[in-house]
Design a protein. Structure first.
Length: 328
C-alpha cells in the first residue's frame, strides 16, 4: 500500500505530524534514521518567514531539500502564503503543506490555522495562491471543522482538491475540541469519500493497533502520527512493519538506548546552543524516561541538571529498566 505525491513516494503510507517545539530538525532526523515516513516540518508562519524575523528561519530549519520532507506553512494572507511557498520551493522543498488545523489560540486569533475552517471561501484563496505559486506538490492538513455545528472538512477538502491539492490529512477532532475527547476516525470517512486524492488519518494514533483501527474506521490511505512518537522515534517504523510488512526496526534497549538518547541530546545542544538546547531537550528526556519508568528522584536530577556532562553521566542509570529510585 503506497502512493506518490509528485516525485515523493509514501511507501509505506505513514507520516510524522508537525508538532511545534517538538518535531524540530534534530528530532525529524532521528525519526528519519529508522528509514520510514514522510517528515513534516514544524509549522512556519508565512509572513514572518518572508520578512526574515529573528529566529523564525533558524527555529524552523526546514530541511527543505531533504528527501521525504514536507514543509508546512501557515498564514491568513494569500500574498504572504504565496511568497513563503516560493521561498521554500527555491530552497529545494519537495512538498508544501498548508496548515488549516492548528487549534492554538495564538494562531486562530490571528485567523490562521483551524480558524480558516470558519471562512472556507477565504481559505480557498490561500490554497489557490500557494498552488499557483509553485511547481511542487501542495498538500493540506486540517480538522473536521471549527465545532460540532460546522463539520465542513469534506467540502473544504473537495474544493482544495479542485484547486490542486494532492493530499489531505484530517485530524479527527474539531478545533473546539483541541485535544480533548477522542478522535473520530469514522468522521474522516466523509472526507475520503469526497476526494480522489490520498487521505491520511490523524489523531490518537499511538501504536500499530490504533493505526489499524484508524485505517479501518476512516478508509484512509495512510496515517499521520504525532504525540505517540514522543519518546519513541522508532514508532513509525514499528507501525510500518506491523501493518505493511516493512523491515522491522531495531528498537534500542540498554546501552543502545543510552547512545540514542545521548546522541539526540548532544545534537539538540549543537543545534540550539547549550543553554537553549538544554531547555528544549528536557521534554524529550522526560518522554524517554517515561518509557523507561525512571524513578522520581533520578528523573528530577536529570531534568534539573544544568551541565551537559552531568546529564550524560546520569543517563545510563535513568534509562535502565530497573533503576528504581537510584540517584548519583
Amino acid at each position: 500500500m503506497s502512493f506518490d505525491i509528485g516525485p515523493t513516494s509514501l511507501s509505506p503510507p505513514i507520516a510524522l505530524a508537525p508538532m511545534a517545539g517538538i518535531t524540530d530538525r534534530p528530532f525529524r532526523d532521528l525519526v528519519r534514521s529508522f528509514g520510514v515516513g514522510l517528515m513534516v516540518s514544524e509549522m512556519v508562519a508565512s509572513q514572518e518567514m518572508v520578512q526574515s524575523k529573528p529566529g523564525v528561519r533558524e527555529r524552523a530549519e526546514l530541511s527543505a531539500d531533504v528527501e521525504n520532507t514536507s514543509v508546512q506553512i501557515a498564514g491568513r494572507d494569500a500574498y504572504w502564503m504565496a511568497e513563503a511557498a516560493r521561498q521554500v520551493a527555491d530552497r529545494g522543498a519537495r512538498i508544501i503543506d498548508i496548515n488549516m488545523g492548528c487549534p492554538a489560540k495564538k494562531v486562530t486569533n490571528g485567523y490562521s490555522g483551524s480558524a480558516l475552517l470558519k471562512t472556507p471561501d477565504h481559505a480557498l484563496t490561500l490554497i489557490e495562491a500557494v498552488v499557483e505559486a509553485v511547481d511542487i506538490p501542495v498538500t493540506l492538513k486540517t480538522r473536521l471543522g471549527w465545532d460540532d455545528n460546522s463539520l465542513n472538512a469534506a467540502d473544504v477538502a473537495h474544493r482544495a482538491e479542485n484547486a490542486g491539492v494532492q493530499m489531505v490529512t484530517i485530524h479527527g477532532r474539531t478545533r473546539c475540541q483541541f485535544y480533548k475527547g477522542s478522535a473520530d476516525w469514522d468522521a474522516i470517512s466523509a472526507v475520503k469519500q469526497a476526494v480522489g486524492v490520498p487521505v491520511l488519518a490523524n489523531g490518537d494514533i499511538v501504536d500499530s493497533k490504533t493505526a489499524q483501527a484508524a485505517l479501518g474506521a476512516s478508509g484512509a490511505d495512510g496515517v499521520m502520527i504525532g504525540r505517540g512518537v514522543q519518546g519513541k522515534p522508532w514508532l513509525l517504523a514499528e507501525v510500518a512493519h506491523d501493518l505493511w510488512g516493512h523491515a522491522a526496526p531495531k528498537i534500542p534497549t540498554g546501552d543502545d538506548l543510552v547512545v540514542l538518547v545521548a546522541t539526540h541530546y548532544e545534537t539538540m545542544l549543537s543545534f540550539y546552543g547549550t543553554d537553549l538546547g538544554g531547555r528544549v531537550a528536557r521534554k524529550h528526556l522526560g518522554w524517554y524516561m517515561d518509557e523507561a519508568r525512571t524513578g522520581a528522584a533520578l528523573r528530577k536530577s536529570v531534568l534539573t541538571s544544568r551541565k551537559p556532562e552531568d546529564v550524560l553521566r546520569l543517563l545510563p542509570d535513568a534509562l535502565a529498566s530497573d533503576e528504581g529510585e537510584m540517584v548519583a
